[in-house]
Design a protein around this ligand. Structure first.
Ligand code: GDP
Ligand code: MG
Length: 162
């Protein structure tokens, strides 16, 4: 079984953009991986000799109802089946209460979590990073998923842990 990385965060932080980059838009079907539910979006990626599975999720906004509640519960299920989580926050939008809620959940689960600060093409990464330290998940990893900046360093560091 390949290592499984779940992409988690609020809607619009760039999870799907990162998913496409990590899987090189190959949108691979991973029907062969037993134990993974098919109602989330799975893709396979590769970095050097290491292959991995990425799960895209709908997002957690913190005030879910109806369809949103379903998306959020799928995000929680994705966290559950992942070996590691990339928790994505938006450098441009800054820290939100939904981010704090997700961070709390990750800490309670004790899952290996990388705090990923996306959209650093729009702001100064160092000043944007400062407010995210309060999430208690360590250094934010700066990326710009839309342009690929920082993505390789992130996945290499994460894969190194497996
Ligand atoms: P999701 O809802 O978390 O899956 O977010 P999406 O991947 O759909 O992206 C939401 C919006 O953010 C889209 O308009 C993307 O083009 C934009 N976006 C994603 N990554 C970046 C980035 O690195 N820089 C900038 N400036 N915009 C981005
Ligand atoms: Mg998405």
């Amino acid at each position: 079984m390949l290592p499984v990385i779940a992409l988690v965060g609020r809607p619009n932080v760039g999870k799907s953009t990162l998913f496409n980059r990590l899987t090189r838009s190959r949108d691979a079907i991973v029907a062969d991986y037993e134990g993974l539910t098919r109602d989330r979006k799975y893709g396979e990626g590769r970095q050097g000799d290491s292959a991995y599975i990425v799960i895209d999720t709908g997002g957690i906004s913190g005030d879910e109802e109806g369809i949103d509640a379903k998306m959020a519960s799928q995000s929680l299920a994705a966290i559950d089946e992942a070996d590691a989580v990339f928790f994505i926050v938006d450098a441009r939008a800054g820290l939100t209460s939904a981010d704090e809620m997700i961070a709390d959940h990750l800490r309670r689960q004790g899952k290996a979590a990388w705090l990923v600060m996306n959209k650093v093409d729009t702001v100064d990464p160092d000043s944007a990073a400062s407010e995210f330290y309060s999430l208690g998940l360590g250094d934010p990893h700066p990326i710009a998923a839309a342009h690929g900046r920082g993505v390789r360093a992130l996945i290499e560091e994460a894969l190194h842990e497996f």
